[in-house]
Structure formats: structure tokens, C-alpha cells
Design a protein around this ligand. Structure first.
Ligand SMILES: [Mn+2]
Length: 365
């Protein structure tokens, strides 16, 4: 049956969920731990030889003792089945963190060298790993990849950022060109919480994404990658894992307070984390409404938060012959055009929003 591996990353045990109320926060953190236990179940069910964790296993320094004990128990379950856990740490759980100095089960390998280490314990595959070193965060890690010994499938595990566009090269940057040159069969990445995957040259490049939803940006389904190595060939499939939904409801206040309440009321799923984002031009500040929504609906959902992105319309006295007044009149005249597309209307709202921000204080007599 060949040999199987499971690739995950960004588990972020003890993620803060800062905006959650204490009870929901504790419950959600327990769900992240449970997710890791399910990954361990999956590894055992699928009889994998090793679990690869590409960084940010832990969220930060202040990991609860109960979380560490829980982890140890899960790693022991893998160990007892003869399954390795290979960990390259990330920027959230750098090697300097105290918990890495603990005793781990025998079949846990934490890549802790200054340079790539090669793990040779499994037949037919070479697994290279490098942990994140904070003081060398801008190094070009693929440039120092050791040459292969030939014959084996080559996999590298690292917490890295793919350099695209003008991003700061801050987290072990790698480029498509470097990946193509690497000759790797599979690059097991962590860092980006959104699942992404490419074929670059002969290399399969995978960010499995964070194993649980951590923020409202995490819309896509969560999952892990199962690798199968047989006769020197590598096949890979993504296994999706159900997770609590994080949904954003965009509501324009120009539909009125009743409309906003009806829209929130119509959200049937009470188990989700809901973010209500209020937008639109308003004559009065929306703070009261935000507080009211929290008061009236917070008990209905697992978690609820309201983001106020409304723009306050200036009073009539401000539409005089000032720069701001002329600007407002101009935008108002254009917004009144019934032939506007949604896109054009949105662009005008942005113009108004940014224009008012830029003109803040200017034009007041
Ligand atoms: Mn992360």
C-alpha cells in the first residue's frame, strides 16, 4: 500500500479569539483542541507513517498547561501507533518558546537546526525540515536546500511566505522560480491560513490552511492533505473537515433600522460566528444601533460582533460654498443618477468616504 503522510499547519492552539465573550472563547478554543484530536484520529485511521506540521502549532507564548498536556496525550496516541510527528515551527511558535524544551514522545521530531535537517527514518522518502528562526526571518530558505541523494521522493516542511507582489520578504520568503529549481516533489508549507495549492515545475506546493477557522477571513472549508507515496510516485488529496461557520453580513443602513434587524433575524443558523458590517451614509452616528444589535441578538448566535463602517453625512450648514460643500454637492448630484450601476455607486461612496476623510477639518468656517 506504499506509505502515507498527513500534512497540516497553522493549528494555532490557544488562539485568542479576543472579541469573543469568555464562555464562547473557551468553547471555541476547546474546538481547536478537538480538531487536533480529530486529525490524530484521521492519521490513525488512514495508517499514515507521519504527520507533518508546518508551523504555528501553538498560537503563542501563553499556552495553557491543560493545552500542553492535551497535546502531549495526542502525540502519545500517534507514538503508540508507530506514527511520527514531524514539526517545523512557525513565527507564532518559534524554537525559543519554553514549551519546546519539554519532553515529547519518542516519535516526535522537532526540526531544531540552524539549517535544513533531513529525516531518513521512512523508506522511499526524504523529508527535509527547517523551523522558523525569528532572527533570520528574511533568509532565502530554498537556496540552502541540501541536494538529494537520489531515488527517494523529496518533501520539504517549512513555515514560509510565497513572495508575490510588493510584500515584505519577512517570513522565509520563497519564489516560484526557487521552487522550480528545488526539484522537490512536495513542498509542505504553513503560514497562509487560506488553503492554496499549485504545481510549479515538478513540485506540488501546498498551504493546507489553518486547520480551524480563526478569523472572519477564513471563509473556505478547512482541511488537511493526505499524501500517498508508492513506487517512487507521489499522489495527494485534500480531505475537508467540517468546522463552525464564520459569516459576514454586509448591511447598508440606507435600508433602515428595521431592514437591518430583519436581515439579522433571518439568519437561521444560531451556531455560527456572525459579523454584521454596517455601511452606508447616515445622518446620525450608528453607535446606538451597534449597541442595540449586540443587546438584542448576542444570545442568538455562538458569537456576534458588529463593525461600524457607516459614513456620517455632514449637516446642511456644511453644504455651503466651501471645498467640502462643493464636493458633497457634486457627489450627491452624481449619486442621484438612476442609471448608475452598483459598481459606480460603490465607487462614489468610496470617493465620498475618502474625500470626507481627507477634507476633515478643511472647509469649516
Ligand atoms: Mn499561522
Amino acid at each position: 500500500m506504499g506509505l502515507r503522510l498527513l500534512h497540516t499547519a497553522d493549528i494555532h492552539l490557544d488562539w485568542l479569539y479576543e472579541k469573543f465573550l469568555p464562555e464562547a472563547r473557551a468553547k471555541r478554543r476547546a474546538e481547536i483542541r478537538e480538531r487536533f484530536a480529530r486529525l490524530v484520529d484521521l492519521a490513525i485511521e488512514r495508517q499514515v507513517a507521519a504527520v507533518l506540521i508546518a508551523g504555528d502549532f501553538f498560537h503563542g507564548e501563553g499556552i495553557a498547561e491543560t493545552t500542553l498536556n492535551f497535546c502531549r496525550h495526542q502525540l502519545e496516541r500517534l507514538n503508540a501507533q508507530g506514527i511520527w510527528t514531524l514539526i517545523a515551527t512557525g513565527n507564532h511558535d518559534p524554537l525559543a518558546a519554553a514549551y519546546w524544551r519539554r519532553q515529547f514522545p519518542e516519535r516526535v521530531k522537532i526540526f531544531s537546526g540552524e539549517d535544513w535537517e533531513v529525516f531518513h527514518q521512512l523508506p522511499g522518502v526524504e523529508i527535509l525540515g527547517l523551523s522558523f528562526l525569528t532572527d533570520r526571518r528574511d533568509r532565502r530558505v530554498l537556496a540552502s536546500l541540501p541536494a538529494g541523494t537520489g531515488g527517494a521522493v523529496r518533501i520539504a516542511v517549512v513555515h514560509s511566505q510565497i513572495l508575490e507582489g510588493p510584500a515584505e520578504p519577512d517570513y522565509y520568503p520563497i519564489t516560484e522560480h526557487e521552487v522550480v529549481q528545488s526539484g522537490l516533489d512536495y513542498l509542505a508549507l504553513g503560514h497562509v491560513h487560506r488553503p492554496r495549492a499549485w504545481y510549479w515545475g515538478r513540485t506540488r506546493v501546498v498551504y493546507p490552511g489553518s486547520s480551524s477557522r480563526l478569523t472572519f477571513k477564513d471563509a473556505e472549508a478547512r482541511g488537511v492533505h493526505l499524501l500517498q507515496i508508492e513506487d517512487g510516485q507521489l499522489r495527494e488529496e485534500r480531505l475537508e473537515l467540517p468546522d463552525r461557520e464564520f459569516r459576514t453580513l454586509e448591511l447598508d443602513l440606507t435600508r433602515g433600522v428595521d431592514g437591518v434587524y430583519q436581515a439579522i433575524d433571518a439568519v437561521g443558523d444560531t451556531g455560527l460566528c456572525l459579523r454584521v458590517r454596517l455601511s452606508g451614509l447616515v445622518e446620525d452616528g450608528a453607535e446606538f444601533l451597534c449597541d442595540g444589535i449586540i443587546r438584542d441578538f448576542a444570545g442568538r448566535f455562538f458569537h456576534l460582533e458588529v463593525e461600524d463602517q457607516t459614513v456620517l453625512l455632514p449637516g446642511a450648514e456644511e453644504t455651503g460654498a466651501t471645498v467640502k460643500g462643493l464636493f458633497l454637492k457634486n457627489i450627491a448630484r452624481r449619486l442621484a443618477d438612476p442609471a448608475l450601476t452598483d459598481r459606480e455607486r460603490q465607487a462614489l461612496r468610496y470617493a465620498l468616504y475618502y474625500g470626507l476623510t481627507a477634507l476633515k477639518g478643511v472647509g469649516r468656517k
